[in-house]
Design a binder for this molecule. Structure first.
Ligand SMILES: C[S@@+](CC[C@H](N)C(=O)[O-])C[C@H]1O[C@@H](n2cnc3c(N)ncnc32)[C@H](O)[C@@H]1O
Length: 276
């Protein structure tokens, strides 16, 4: 890969997906692009680059997706899920006791484990009569297809789920385990790029945007965090990954005690209610 190729690819994936490529990992990048080269029937890497430079949009999307990291597992960051269950949800449920509605967004759900973990958690709470909207999105079409299918290998279900969870929420298949129909009805999956408009997302009570901003460049992190703040209800919360924080990027959030969970900064909310 020439230096020019690297810079072209860096700019492309930054503009399309907010992703920051690390310098000096050219061999790794080429390896990641091998499945794309095969899928599009190119002879080699140079042929791929040539078509990319001619503006092939489907190819550019596939190249960007190939640069993403899709690692995930059920109940990733158990402490955060415990705080969601015992602190955040009780207070949101109390605040929504009249309307009995909750809107939750898993904003980079990869192959779905994060969204299904939320569904399992909510299913274990007494929420009869509540309307729970659980939206799960990811830029990767392949990841969303897997998430929607809800079929996981034995290795996948062993990562984060108890035997009871598996017995209660999954149906054994010839190869692996399929999420139950009851949970399936709880989640709507959709392919969605965080660099696109959040216009359709509003009044959200809980947003999970975990372990994705870490792969973004600074400008994309700021942009996503600022636009995400607007999608939250006045007491809604944002959950970030363990290695992520809005500090030094935006003043729109304040951290709840315990860390990793944020609400809109009080000043922002006050300004909003003053404007209404
Ligand atoms: C490491 S996974 C995190 C999955 C899950 N949130 C978790 O914490 O386990 C990162 C996901 O972010 C997605 N992603 C990367 N860039 C994105 C973008 N611009 N818009 C939406 N999703 C993106 C990737 O496709 C990948 O599935």
């Amino acid at each position: 890969m020439t230096e020019d190729d690297f810079h072209f690819l860096s700019r492309l994936v930054r503009r399309r997906g907010g992703l920051a490529l690390s310098d000096g990992r050219d061999a790794q990048l080429e390896r990641r692009l091998l499945p794309v080269i095969r899928r599009f029937g190119f002879r080699d890497f140079d042929a791929l680059m040539k078509n990319l430079r001619l503006g092939d949009d489907a190819l550019a999307a596939a190249v960007t997706e190939a640069m993403t990291v899709n690692e995930t597992f059920f109940f990733r960051d158990k402490d955060q899920f415990a705080r969601l269950r015992h602190q955040v949800l009780p207070s949101l449920l109390a605040a929504r006791a009249d309307e009995k509605r909750l809107r939750i967004w898993s904003a980079a759900c990869a192959s779905g484990q994060e969204a299904w973990s939320l569904a399992i958690l909510l299913d274990g709470m007494a929420l009869a009569g509540w309307t729970i909207e659980l939206i799960a999105t990811d830029m990767s079409g392949d990841a969303i297809t897997r998430a929607e299918a809800g079929i996981y290998s034995q290795y996948d279900v062993m990562r984060g789920l108890s035997l009871e969870d598996v017995a209660r929420h999954f149906v054994p298949q010839e190869r692996g385990f399929k999420i139950s129909d009851r949970l399936k009805r709880m989640v709507s999956f959709r392919k969605f790029n965080l660099m696109d408009s959040f216009g359709w997302l509003d009044d959200l009570d809980i947003v999970l945007c975990r372990n994705v901003l870490i792969h973004f460049d600074r400008a994309a992190r700021i942009s996503v965090l600022e636009r995400m703040a607007e999608t939250l209800s006045s007491d809604g919360v944002l959950l970030l990954g363990e290695a992520e924080t809005p500090h030094h990027l935006t003043a729109l959030y304040q951290e709840l005690p315990g860390g990793g969970i944020y609400t809109r900064a009080r000043a922002q909310v006050t300004r909003l209610s003053a404007a209404i």
